[in-house]
Design a protein around this ligand. Structure first.
Ligand code: 5GP
Ligand code: MN
Length: 343
């Protein structure tokens, strides 16, 4: 990690050149991605910068309340316009991802851009594609890091209640509501400072979580019925097929968090959900204690993420994907068993 003080001093100096700024994040943006992008952009806009937020694709409806949400440009809907804006930008800010491939179809234009690049991210094994890299895998969330970044720049006074709510939402969602192990005393201190900005935590939680749809519940029912528990692997394997999605009237965001149901089973150390996406399968991996799903996803499913939460893809059909998954887990049987027995 570059020292945050040095990095922020260099950024401040570069901002003196009044660059055109583009703020981006990863494909299928989650609460942390949207919260960090809108909040940081909001502060930069108040300082008079020209800032565009460009995300690879749309995000779920329960995050649309965030301030500046309506100003986001989605790459898959406005590719030509977005290409032009990115090509003309002088500074690209990459939030909540650490490899250009995580931005999907935006990868090419990002790689080709001659703009200065700043990464703020908390995922494992960052790629070296940025001029400035604020990467810290011990951090709870990119939203927490944006707060530290703004503090280093002495700009936290510019965080309004609305922007604070976006940051708070990102921290809350990425930590499973302050539950996951990366939730540190510092995370709580940042959350406290956001609350002091007027964040109404109950309202934020309600906007995010009291947003269930009937289709989500129907899909959840199917998923739970189809869930396979593999006791010797301490694994819960879940899936939904394209016809499950079609028959239940799937809308974006409906399966968010489903993987955690498997993880919450007694004696399960690793939970996996397999979901159709764009003619492939998207996989989500979670572990309860020490099994490193980031490394597992990298090794077997072209993915990555964090130690306890990662994602990947499979180009095989569903039954081959499940077979490959079980085989791969079997290779780590001793490790998984040891973790499950000594959490
Ligand atoms: P989710 O399972 O919720 O999609 O993702 C869990 C974590 O892994 C998130 O932090 C997400 O950014 C990361 N992640 C998800 N899919 C991928 C992937 O295909 N590659 C990498 N490197 N990270 C991923
Ligand atoms: Mn995150």
């Amino acid at each position: 990690m570059q020292n945050l003080k040095t990095l922020s001093r260099e950024i401040k100096e570069f901002l003196g050149e009044r660059p055109d700024i583009v703020v981006t994040n990863h494909q299928n943006p989650d609460g942390d991605a949207v919260g960090s992008a809108t909040a940081l952009s909001g502060v930069l806009m108040q300082l008079g910068f020209r800032v565009k937020m460009i995300m690879p694709n749309d995000y779920s409806a329960n995050l649309k309340w965030m301030s500046l949400s309506e100003e986001v440009l989605f790459y898959d809907q406005s590719e030509m316009e977005a290409d032009q804006i990115i090509s003309n930008a002088n500074l690209l800010i990459h939030l909540d991802y650490n490899h250009p491939a995580r931005s999907g179809k935006m990868e090419r234009v990002i790689r080709e851009s001659s703009a200065k690049k700043l990464m703020i991210d908390h995922h494992q094994q960052p790629d070296d594609f940025c001029d400035w890299r604020y990467s810290d895998t011990s951090m709870s969330s990119t939203c927490e890091m944006v707060w530290h970044f703004l503090a280093a720049l002495e700009w936290t006074d510019l965080v309004t209640k609305d922007l604070a709510e976006a940051l708070y939402a990102g921290i809350a969602t990425d930590t499973g509501n302050f539950r996951f192990s990366a939730t540190s005393p510092l995370t709580h201190r940042v959350a406290a400072q956001l609350l002091e900005k007027g964040v109404e935590s109950q309202k934020v939680a309600s906007r995010i979580y009291d947003s269930n749809t009937l289709s989500r519940f129907q899909l959840l029912g199917r998923m739970l019925n189809q869930m396979e528990l593999v006791p010797e692997l301490h694994a819960a394997i879940m899936h939904l097929s394209q016809s499950d999605l079609d028959e239940c009237g799937f809308v974006k965001g409906d399966t968010e968090g489903f993987v955690n149901y498997g993880l919450s089973l007694q004696e399960v150390e690793v939970a996996v959900i397999i979901l159709p996406r764009d003619d492939r399968f998207k996989m989500s991996f979670r572990s309860k204690t020490s099994f490193d799903v980031n490394q597992f996803a990298r090794n077997y499913f072209s993915g990555g993420g964090h130690k306890n939460a990662a994602g990947g893809i499979s180009d095989q059909n569903l039954s081959d994907t499940i077979a490959h998954l079980k085989e791969s887990l079997h290779k780590h049987l001793d490790e998984i068993t040891a973790y499950a027995q000594n959490p």
